[in-house]
Design a protein around this ligand. Sequence first.
Ligand code: DQA
Length: 149
Amino acid sequence: TVVYVLNGPNLNLLGTRRPEVYGTTTLSILEELCREEATRLGLDLVFRQSNHEGLLIDWIHEAGARVKAGESIGAVFNPGAYTHTSIALHDAIEGTELPVIEVHISNVHRREAFRHHSYISPIARGTVVGLGVDGYRLAIDALHRMSPQ
Ligand code: DQA
């Protein structure tokens, strides 16, 4: 059984972009942390990052189909700035009924007002906000606990 971890725009810069906000863990170290957690739970990990909205939509469709096929428990998703802009990502998750836990490394509610609204939260099973990269591990664990398998 697979757990998806999907990352949106600029998360390839993790570790160097605004370390005071996002920390110093790089995306490849984050992938290893996620792999450890998935392995601990007996899950296979698919870990991806894209700066392209359409590609993220394609991956949501793929993950949704794999959930329907009984091959996946769903996705941990950090949509980056698309969180605050993308009706298309909202519709992709809603349309595929993909179980999603939304993750933000930073506490978006302590930051600029334009980060306070999420198009993803209303169709997410839950959200993890402001707990740093640790949020990914917690989200994988929560998705696993929620899954019927
Ligand atoms: C983010 C928060 C977003 O507002 C921002 O655009 C990001 C990262 C986070 O993980 O804290 O790119 O999703």
